[in-house]
Design a protein around this ligand. Sequence first.
Ligand code: AQP
Length: 336
Amino acid sequence: MTQFTPRVFSGIKPSGGLTLGNYLGAIKRFVDMQGTDFETMYCVVDLHAITVWQDPAELRDATREVAAGFLASGIDPEKSTLFNQSQVPAHAELGWLFSCVARVGWMNRMTQFKDKAGSGAEKVSLGLYAYPALMAADILLYHATHVPVGEDQKQHVELTRDIANKFNHDFKVDFFPETNPVIEGPATRVMNLRDGTKKMSKSGESDMERINMTDTADLIAKKFKKAKTDPEPLPETLDGLSTRPEAKNLVDIYAGLSGQTSEQVIAEYAGAGWGRFKPALADLAVEKLAPISSEMARYMDDKAEIDRILARGAEKARAIADPILKQTKEIIGFVQ
Ligand code: AQP
Protein backbone atom coordinates (compact mmCIF):
# COMPACT_ATOMS: atom_id res chain seq x y z
CA MET A 1 0.00 0.00 0.00
CA THR A 2 1.31 3.46 -0.89
CA GLN A 3 1.94 5.74 2.08
CA PHE A 4 0.43 9.16 1.40
CA THR A 5 1.57 12.39 3.08
CA PRO A 6 -1.10 13.44 5.61
CA ARG A 7 -2.62 16.35 3.74
CA VAL A 8 -5.76 18.39 4.31
CA PHE A 9 -7.69 20.00 1.47
CA SER A 10 -10.93 21.92 1.75
CA GLY A 11 -12.67 24.80 0.03
CA ILE A 12 -15.45 27.36 0.14
CA LYS A 13 -17.51 28.66 -2.77
CA PRO A 14 -17.51 32.41 -3.36
CA SER A 15 -21.24 32.35 -4.05
CA GLY A 16 -21.96 35.18 -1.62
CA GLY A 17 -20.71 36.48 1.71
CA LEU A 18 -19.54 34.03 4.37
CA THR A 19 -22.02 32.85 7.01
CA LEU A 20 -21.67 31.67 10.58
CA GLY A 21 -22.32 28.18 9.13
CA ASN A 22 -19.22 28.45 6.93
CA TYR A 23 -17.24 29.74 9.88
CA LEU A 24 -18.20 27.11 12.46
CA GLY A 25 -18.60 24.19 10.05
CA ALA A 26 -15.47 24.90 8.04
CA ILE A 27 -13.11 27.87 8.54
CA LYS A 28 -12.71 27.62 12.33
CA ARG A 29 -11.85 23.96 11.93
CA PHE A 30 -9.47 24.71 9.04
CA VAL A 31 -7.57 27.01 11.40
CA ASP A 32 -7.47 24.29 14.07
CA MET A 33 -5.85 21.85 11.61
CA GLN A 34 -3.16 24.33 10.59
CA GLY A 35 0.20 23.77 12.25
CA THR A 36 -0.61 20.13 13.14
CA ASP A 37 0.98 17.07 11.50
CA PHE A 38 -1.04 17.82 8.38
CA GLU A 39 0.02 19.88 5.42
CA THR A 40 -2.97 22.18 4.87
CA MET A 41 -4.41 23.49 1.60
CA TYR A 42 -7.41 25.80 1.50
CA CYS A 43 -9.13 26.95 -1.63
CA VAL A 44 -11.69 29.51 -2.75
CA VAL A 45 -13.56 27.24 -5.15
CA ASP A 46 -14.67 29.73 -7.77
CA LEU A 47 -15.25 27.06 -10.46
CA HIS A 48 -17.96 25.64 -8.18
CA ALA A 49 -19.54 29.05 -7.64
CA ILE A 50 -20.41 29.39 -11.35
CA THR A 51 -22.58 26.27 -11.30
CA VAL A 52 -25.27 28.88 -10.65
CA TRP A 53 -25.25 32.35 -12.22
CA GLN A 54 -22.74 34.78 -10.73
CA ASP A 55 -22.46 38.41 -11.71
CA PRO A 56 -18.75 38.86 -12.71
CA ALA A 57 -18.11 41.87 -10.46
CA GLU A 58 -19.83 40.17 -7.51
CA LEU A 59 -17.87 36.95 -8.12
CA ARG A 60 -14.59 38.87 -8.01
CA ASP A 61 -15.68 40.58 -4.82
CA ALA A 62 -16.91 37.40 -3.16
CA THR A 63 -13.68 35.57 -4.09
CA ARG A 64 -11.63 38.23 -2.30
CA GLU A 65 -14.08 38.32 0.60
CA VAL A 66 -13.84 34.56 1.16
CA ALA A 67 -10.03 34.85 0.99
CA ALA A 68 -10.20 37.74 3.47
CA GLY A 69 -12.40 35.58 5.72
CA PHE A 70 -9.81 32.80 5.69
CA LEU A 71 -6.97 35.21 6.47
CA ALA A 72 -8.87 37.16 9.14
CA SER A 73 -9.85 33.93 10.89
CA GLY A 74 -6.22 32.85 11.18
CA ILE A 75 -5.24 31.00 8.01
CA ASP A 76 -1.59 31.93 7.59
CA PRO A 77 -0.35 31.79 3.97
CA GLU A 78 3.10 30.85 5.27
CA LYS A 79 1.67 27.77 7.00
CA SER A 80 -1.14 26.83 4.60
CA THR A 81 -1.49 27.00 0.84
CA LEU A 82 -4.31 29.47 0.16
CA PHE A 83 -5.46 30.00 -3.42
CA ASN A 84 -8.43 30.24 -5.74
CA GLN A 85 -9.28 27.21 -7.81
CA SER A 86 -9.46 28.78 -11.28
CA GLN A 87 -5.76 29.74 -11.08
CA VAL A 88 -4.87 26.04 -11.09
CA PRO A 89 -6.14 24.68 -14.43
CA ALA A 90 -5.47 21.07 -13.38
CA HIS A 91 -8.69 21.14 -11.27
CA ALA A 92 -10.86 21.47 -14.36
CA GLU A 93 -8.83 18.90 -16.29
CA LEU A 94 -8.94 16.24 -13.58
CA GLY A 95 -12.61 17.11 -13.07
CA TRP A 96 -13.26 16.04 -16.68
CA LEU A 97 -11.26 12.84 -16.25
CA PHE A 98 -13.30 12.01 -13.14
CA SER A 99 -16.58 12.73 -14.87
CA CYS A 100 -15.59 9.81 -17.10
CA VAL A 101 -14.98 7.64 -14.02
CA ALA A 102 -18.07 8.58 -11.96
CA ARG A 103 -21.34 6.87 -12.87
CA VAL A 104 -24.58 8.70 -13.60
CA GLY A 105 -26.31 6.55 -10.97
CA TRP A 106 -23.91 7.88 -8.33
CA MET A 107 -24.67 11.47 -9.29
CA ASN A 108 -28.40 10.76 -9.18
CA ARG A 109 -28.10 9.88 -5.50
CA MET A 110 -26.57 13.23 -4.49
CA THR A 111 -29.05 14.91 -2.14
CA GLN A 112 -27.50 18.37 -2.49
CA PHE A 113 -28.25 18.36 -6.22
CA LYS A 114 -31.84 17.34 -5.55
CA ASP A 115 -32.19 20.09 -2.93
CA LYS A 116 -30.64 22.77 -5.12
CA ALA A 117 -32.30 21.78 -8.38
CA GLY A 118 -35.70 21.21 -6.77
CA SER A 119 -38.42 20.72 -9.33
CA GLY A 120 -36.45 22.65 -12.02
CA ALA A 121 -33.74 20.01 -12.62
CA GLU A 122 -34.09 20.32 -16.42
CA LYS A 123 -33.10 23.97 -16.33
CA VAL A 124 -30.08 23.96 -14.04
CA SER A 125 -26.54 23.88 -15.43
CA LEU A 126 -24.82 20.63 -16.31
CA GLY A 127 -22.04 21.86 -14.00
CA LEU A 128 -24.35 21.76 -10.97
CA TYR A 129 -25.04 18.10 -11.68
CA ALA A 130 -21.37 17.25 -12.32
CA TYR A 131 -20.14 19.32 -9.32
CA PRO A 132 -19.19 16.28 -7.16
CA ALA A 133 -16.78 15.00 -9.85
CA LEU A 134 -15.00 18.37 -9.79
CA MET A 135 -14.98 18.29 -5.99
CA ALA A 136 -13.34 14.84 -6.11
CA ALA A 137 -10.74 16.32 -8.45
CA ASP A 138 -10.09 19.24 -6.07
CA ILE A 139 -9.27 16.79 -3.30
CA LEU A 140 -7.46 14.04 -5.21
CA LEU A 141 -5.36 16.44 -7.28
CA TYR A 142 -3.33 16.90 -4.09
CA HIS A 143 -3.66 13.30 -2.88
CA ALA A 144 -5.40 14.82 0.14
CA THR A 145 -6.08 12.32 2.89
CA HIS A 146 -8.37 14.43 5.10
CA VAL A 147 -11.17 16.83 4.23
CA PRO A 148 -12.70 18.94 7.01
CA VAL A 149 -16.26 19.81 5.96
CA GLY A 150 -19.70 20.49 7.35
CA GLU A 151 -22.23 17.65 7.53
CA ASP A 152 -23.81 18.71 4.20
CA GLN A 153 -20.67 17.76 2.26
CA LYS A 154 -20.27 14.25 3.72
CA GLN A 155 -21.94 12.55 0.77
CA HIS A 156 -19.64 14.34 -1.69
CA VAL A 157 -16.52 13.24 0.20
CA GLU A 158 -17.84 9.67 0.18
CA LEU A 159 -18.30 9.95 -3.59
CA THR A 160 -14.67 11.09 -3.81
CA ARG A 161 -13.69 7.76 -2.23
CA ASP A 162 -15.84 5.88 -4.74
CA ILE A 163 -14.18 7.71 -7.64
CA ALA A 164 -10.67 7.06 -6.25
CA ASN A 165 -11.49 3.37 -5.70
CA LYS A 166 -12.94 2.92 -9.16
CA PHE A 167 -9.99 4.66 -10.82
CA ASN A 168 -7.49 2.54 -8.84
CA HIS A 169 -9.46 -0.61 -9.61
CA ASP A 170 -10.02 0.07 -13.33
CA PHE A 171 -6.38 0.92 -14.00
CA LYS A 172 -4.99 -1.61 -11.47
CA VAL A 173 -3.02 1.03 -9.59
CA ASP A 174 -2.76 2.28 -6.03
CA PHE A 175 -2.55 5.90 -7.09
CA PHE A 176 -5.30 7.88 -5.37
CA PRO A 177 -5.60 7.74 -1.57
CA GLU A 178 -8.67 6.97 0.47
CA THR A 179 -9.97 10.33 1.65
CA ASN A 180 -11.45 10.79 5.10
CA PRO A 181 -14.15 13.35 5.80
CA VAL A 182 -13.44 15.17 9.08
CA ILE A 183 -16.80 16.20 10.53
CA GLU A 184 -16.30 17.05 14.17
CA GLY A 185 -17.59 19.39 16.84
CA PRO A 186 -21.02 20.67 17.88
CA ALA A 187 -21.72 22.92 14.89
CA THR A 188 -21.15 20.86 11.75
CA ARG A 189 -24.67 21.67 10.56
CA VAL A 190 -25.70 25.20 11.52
CA MET A 191 -29.36 25.68 10.73
CA ASN A 192 -31.39 28.56 9.33
CA LEU A 193 -32.47 30.94 12.14
CA ARG A 194 -36.06 31.05 10.87
CA ASP A 195 -36.50 27.34 10.12
CA GLY A 196 -34.51 24.82 12.13
CA THR A 197 -35.03 22.09 9.55
CA LYS A 198 -33.07 23.95 6.83
CA LYS A 199 -29.33 24.60 6.64
CA MET A 200 -28.02 28.14 7.06
CA SER A 201 -26.81 29.12 3.55
CA LYS A 202 -25.09 32.07 1.93
CA SER A 203 -27.71 32.14 -0.77
CA GLY A 204 -30.80 31.61 1.41
CA GLU A 205 -33.72 33.90 0.55
CA SER A 206 -33.84 36.15 3.61
CA ASP A 207 -30.90 37.86 5.27
CA MET A 208 -32.63 37.36 8.65
CA GLU A 209 -32.19 33.58 8.38
CA ARG A 210 -28.39 33.73 8.57
CA ILE A 211 -25.59 35.50 10.42
CA ASN A 212 -23.08 36.93 7.96
CA MET A 213 -19.47 37.20 9.06
CA THR A 214 -19.62 40.91 8.27
CA ASP A 215 -22.85 41.68 10.18
CA THR A 216 -22.66 44.51 12.73
CA ALA A 217 -23.10 43.85 16.44
CA ASP A 218 -26.61 45.38 16.34
CA LEU A 219 -27.66 43.23 13.43
CA ILE A 220 -26.32 40.06 15.07
CA ALA A 221 -28.28 40.87 18.25
CA LYS A 222 -31.42 41.60 16.21
CA LYS A 223 -31.14 38.36 14.22
CA PHE A 224 -30.73 36.21 17.33
CA LYS A 225 -33.56 38.08 19.09
CA LYS A 226 -35.87 37.34 16.15
CA ALA A 227 -34.60 33.77 15.66
CA LYS A 228 -37.46 31.28 15.77
CA THR A 229 -37.68 29.34 19.05
CA ASP A 230 -40.41 27.73 21.13
CA PRO A 231 -41.91 28.91 24.44
CA GLU A 232 -40.13 26.26 26.57
CA PRO A 233 -37.03 27.04 28.68
CA LEU A 234 -33.83 25.12 27.99
CA PRO A 235 -34.01 21.52 29.29
CA GLU A 236 -31.80 19.76 31.84
CA THR A 237 -30.18 17.45 29.27
CA LEU A 238 -29.44 17.46 25.55
CA ASP A 239 -32.04 14.71 24.98
CA GLY A 240 -34.68 17.30 25.82
CA LEU A 241 -33.78 19.12 22.58
CA SER A 242 -34.31 16.14 20.27
CA THR A 243 -37.70 17.43 19.03
CA ARG A 244 -36.79 21.14 19.24
CA PRO A 245 -34.60 21.84 16.17
CA GLU A 246 -34.52 25.64 16.51
CA ALA A 247 -33.59 25.47 20.20
CA LYS A 248 -30.95 22.82 19.52
CA ASN A 249 -29.46 24.96 16.77
CA LEU A 250 -28.95 27.93 19.08
CA VAL A 251 -27.35 25.70 21.73
CA ASP A 252 -25.04 24.14 19.12
CA ILE A 253 -24.05 27.58 17.82
CA TYR A 254 -23.24 28.69 21.37
CA ALA A 255 -21.15 25.55 21.85
CA GLY A 256 -19.32 26.03 18.53
CA LEU A 257 -18.50 29.64 19.34
CA SER A 258 -17.44 29.04 22.93
CA GLY A 259 -15.40 25.90 22.24
CA GLN A 260 -17.60 23.84 24.60
CA THR A 261 -19.72 20.79 23.94
CA SER A 262 -23.49 21.22 23.63
CA GLU A 263 -23.84 19.17 26.86
CA GLN A 264 -21.71 21.72 28.72
CA VAL A 265 -23.85 24.58 27.40
CA ILE A 266 -27.03 22.82 28.53
CA ALA A 267 -25.50 22.18 31.95
CA GLU A 268 -24.78 25.91 32.27
CA TYR A 269 -28.15 27.14 30.98
CA ALA A 270 -30.56 24.40 32.17
CA GLY A 271 -33.91 26.01 32.95
CA ALA A 272 -32.97 29.36 31.34
CA GLY A 273 -35.56 31.13 29.20
CA TRP A 274 -34.82 32.75 25.83
CA GLY A 275 -34.76 36.18 27.46
CA ARG A 276 -31.53 35.11 29.13
CA PHE A 277 -30.04 32.74 26.55
CA LYS A 278 -30.46 34.78 23.35
CA PRO A 279 -28.66 37.93 24.61
CA ALA A 280 -25.84 35.74 25.99
CA LEU A 281 -25.55 34.06 22.58
CA ALA A 282 -25.57 37.41 20.75
CA ASP A 283 -22.83 38.77 23.05
CA LEU A 284 -20.71 35.70 22.50
CA ALA A 285 -21.17 35.86 18.71
CA VAL A 286 -20.20 39.53 18.65
CA GLU A 287 -17.17 38.86 20.87
CA LYS A 288 -15.94 36.15 18.47
CA LEU A 289 -16.96 37.64 15.12
CA ALA A 290 -16.24 41.37 15.57
CA PRO A 291 -12.42 41.01 15.54
CA ILE A 292 -12.66 38.77 12.46
CA SER A 293 -14.97 41.10 10.56
CA SER A 294 -12.83 44.15 11.29
CA GLU A 295 -9.76 42.24 10.11
CA MET A 296 -11.68 41.18 6.99
CA ALA A 297 -12.47 44.84 6.29
CA ARG A 298 -8.78 45.68 6.64
CA TYR A 299 -7.87 43.00 4.06
CA MET A 300 -10.67 44.14 1.75
CA ASP A 301 -9.10 47.61 1.75
CA ASP A 302 -6.01 46.10 0.15
CA LYS A 303 -7.32 43.91 -2.63
CA ALA A 304 -3.93 43.86 -4.37
CA GLU A 305 -2.46 42.14 -1.31
CA ILE A 306 -5.23 39.51 -1.35
CA ASP A 307 -4.58 38.92 -5.05
CA ARG A 308 -0.85 38.53 -4.39
CA ILE A 309 -1.51 35.98 -1.63
CA LEU A 310 -3.85 33.99 -3.90
CA ALA A 311 -1.37 34.08 -6.79
CA ARG A 312 1.49 32.84 -4.58
CA GLY A 313 -0.75 30.12 -3.17
CA ALA A 314 -1.78 29.06 -6.68
CA GLU A 315 1.87 28.73 -7.67
CA LYS A 316 2.52 26.45 -4.68
CA ALA A 317 -0.63 24.46 -5.48
CA ARG A 318 0.35 24.00 -9.14
CA ALA A 319 3.71 22.58 -8.05
CA ILE A 320 1.86 19.71 -6.33
CA ALA A 321 -1.05 19.38 -8.74
CA ASP A 322 0.73 19.33 -12.10
CA PRO A 323 2.88 16.22 -11.49
CA ILE A 324 -0.14 14.33 -10.09
CA LEU A 325 -2.21 15.26 -13.14
CA LYS A 326 0.66 14.25 -15.44
CA GLN A 327 0.89 10.82 -13.76
CA THR A 328 -2.89 10.42 -13.98
CA LYS A 329 -2.69 11.03 -17.74
CA GLU A 330 0.15 8.51 -18.06
CA ILE A 331 -1.96 5.92 -16.25
CA ILE A 332 -4.96 6.60 -18.50
CA GLY A 333 -2.79 6.19 -21.60
CA PHE A 334 -2.66 9.68 -23.06
CA VAL A 335 0.33 10.41 -25.31
CA GLN A 336 2.08 13.39 -23.70
N1 AQP B 1 -24.86 25.75 7.67
C1 AQP B 1 -23.68 25.17 7.70
N2 AQP B 1 -23.25 24.53 8.81
C2 AQP B 1 -22.03 23.93 8.86
N3 AQP B 1 -21.17 23.94 7.81
C3 AQP B 1 -21.56 24.57 6.69
N4 AQP B 1 -20.96 24.77 5.51
C4 AQP B 1 -21.77 25.48 4.69
N5 AQP B 1 -22.90 25.77 5.32
C5 AQP B 1 -22.81 25.21 6.57
C6 AQP B 1 -19.64 24.26 5.20
O1 AQP B 1 -18.87 25.31 4.65
C7 AQP B 1 -17.97 24.75 3.67
C8 AQP B 1 -18.06 25.53 2.41
O2 AQP B 1 -19.33 25.37 1.84
P1 AQP B 1 -19.60 25.99 0.41
O3 AQP B 1 -19.74 27.43 0.52
O4 AQP B 1 -18.57 25.56 -0.54
O5 AQP B 1 -20.92 25.28 -0.04
P2 AQP B 1 -22.29 25.12 0.65
O6 AQP B 1 -22.22 24.02 1.66
O7 AQP B 1 -23.28 24.93 -0.47
O8 AQP B 1 -22.51 26.50 1.39
P3 AQP B 1 -23.72 27.45 1.34
O9 AQP B 1 -23.47 28.53 2.36
O10 AQP B 1 -24.99 26.67 1.50
O11 AQP B 1 -23.61 28.10 -0.09
P4 AQP B 1 -24.70 28.30 -1.20
O12 AQP B 1 -25.89 28.94 -0.54
O13 AQP B 1 -24.10 29.17 -2.24
O14 AQP B 1 -24.98 26.93 -1.76
C9 AQP B 1 -18.33 23.28 3.50
O15 AQP B 1 -17.42 22.51 4.26
C10 AQP B 1 -19.70 23.20 4.10
O16 AQP B 1 -19.98 21.92 4.63
